[in-house]
Design a protein around this ligand. Structure first.
Ligand code: HEC
Length: 258
């Protein structure tokens, strides 16, 4: 029995050691507005984050589970109806077939799904040197470390990899990526977008904004979930007090003999 136990322990120790070899740094920890029990998204930040996604990330990463109308829903960026219509209409969407049996393009509508940058996975791979830019709808949920991890990846580039590390063509050093190598060039640089609300578009600011946006796309009901959680706790508190009082009442009729 002891032997088995020590074998298991040894395996765990060895495997964590192996993993630690030249591997990803622990993600930075960010003080997100949506952290904690009362956390909420910052509307203006979600709107800026959408802008970063639209103007930078969307040229490679799809967002296939989202429709333009979601951008106007409560708990999200909450763009106005007019803004959502204008955003949708800025895309040309393939539709059809028409009466002649032909496909045609038309301006996007709020009900349309986000337009994907590539027609299929193979096309996406062949343009990106064999690497597939993952769909972003639920990426924050799909990676352990969630929002902190995504932010760290965006901030984790360094032109000078540690000495002795060989960086092949089309690969970039990133200290937060597993294996420290990523096949996505640094997507954000100072001023990659221009914010209309006057916020300075530093790499850190844009990374935070787009990560907050991606957190919302992965968990659109985060605010509602927290609200319900809070109400449930209040309800349970009141309920416990009532149970306690009624127990006292019931047991008060029982004579206690000491
Ligand atoms: C030029 C194309 C391109 C652009 C633009 C781009 N990416 Fe990527 N991205 C990729 C590719 C390709 C991969 C896959 C990399 C790999 O597997 O090594 C990737 C992977 C990722 C990953 C996943 C890392 C992981 O754990 O697998 C994240 C996060 C990411 N991108 C975020 C972003 C964000 C945010 C933006 C916009 C600010 C963006 N990307 C813009 C091509 C791009």
């Amino acid at each position: 029995m002891n032997k088995i136990l020590s074998a298991i322990l040894l395996t765990i120790v060895i495997s964590t050691k192996l993993f630690a070899a030249g591997d990803a740094a622990k993600p930075m920890s960010v003080d997100w507005s949506f952290n904690g029990f009362f956390g909420k998204f910052d509307r203006a930040q979600l709107q800026r984050g959408f802008q970063v996604y639209k103007e930078v990330c969307a040229s490679c990463h799809s967002m296939k589970y989202l429709s333009y109308r979601n951008l106007g829903e409560k708990g999200g960026p909450e763009f106005s109806e007019q803004e959502v219509k204008a955003i949708a209409a800025s895309y040309q969407i393939k539709d059809g077939p028409n009466e002649q049996g032909e496909m045609f393009e038309r301006a996007g509508l709020p009900k349309d799904k986000f337009k994907s940058p590539y027609p299929n996975k193979n096309a996406a791979r062949s343009v990106n040197g064999g690497a597939y830019p993952p769909d972003m709808s639920v990426l924050v949920k799909a990676r352990s470390g969630g929002s902190n991890y995504i932010y760290s990846i965006l901030m984790g580039y360094d032109d000078k990899p540690p000495s002795g590390m060989k960086i092949e063509d089309g690969v970039y050093y990133n200290k937060y990526m597993a294996g420290n190598k990523i096949r996505m060039s640094k997507p954000l640089n100072e001023g990659s977008v221009e914010y209309s609300d006057g916020t300075k578009a530093t790499v850190s600011q844009m990374s935070k904004d787009v990560t907050a946006f991606l957190t919302w796309t992965a968990e659109p009901h985060l605010e509602k979930r927290k609200r319900i959680g809070f109400k449930t706790i209040i309800y349970l508190l009141i309920f416990s007090v009532l149970v306690f009082l009624s127990m006292k009442k019931i047991w008060s009729r029982v004579e206690t003999k000491m």
